[in-house]
Design a binder for this molecule. Sequence first.
Ligand code: DX5
Ligand code: ZN
Length: 216
Amino acid sequence: MIISPSVLSLHYDDFKNQLDALNESVEWLHFDVMDGNFVPNISFGPVIFSYFRKNSSLFMDVHLMVNDPEHYAMEFANKGAESITFHYENYNDPDECIKLIDKLHSLYLKAGISINPGTSVKDIEPLLNKVDLVLVMSVEPGFGGQKYIPSSTDKIKELDYYRKLYNLSYIIQVDGGINDQTAHEVLNAGCDCLVAGSYIFDGDIISNVNKLRSCK
Ligand code: DX5
Ligand code: ZN
């Protein structure tokens, strides 16, 4: 199991201690990048990201919720991101998505595709043999602290089915409303990577991470 805390919910008034706790307890860091257009919220950009990069050797997992994912993918790649996930809804067109996936791979980046609650797994089937990661949004993107949308579980099961059927190896990641209850459900459905924000940062980080790990 990979745990990728969403630093959207990090307590920035205690940045160093929070990052120290993350560095000793998780594998990835998840950056929810929002431009105020693709989603009705603004988060952070490459400069804030660079402070994490300077102080952590964790795998940097960037989730772009922006109108121009190609531009910002390059910006974060230049600052040391290892993986870039963008939304199918940016293009709603597999061929356009494949162009960006190929560009990310040409820069030796991992490429992820994310689908919102209203988008089906069937829509991204043509991409499954191209991507390294599929991110199932289990809330409407834009804000932490929302409730898990139960229909997300069937999408995870469907992705796990296709992965076995086509003998593929993409990571299944879920993002939104993940806690020590919903983690059981998504892991049993075939999820490999948990993105959690409010659950992890609400209290002791290491203890909350360990509670998630015990959900498998
Ligand atoms: C929504 C964000 C959140 C965040 C996780 O756009 O992407 O899903 O990562 O927030 P929690 O874990 O608080 O639901
Ligand atoms: Zn995210």
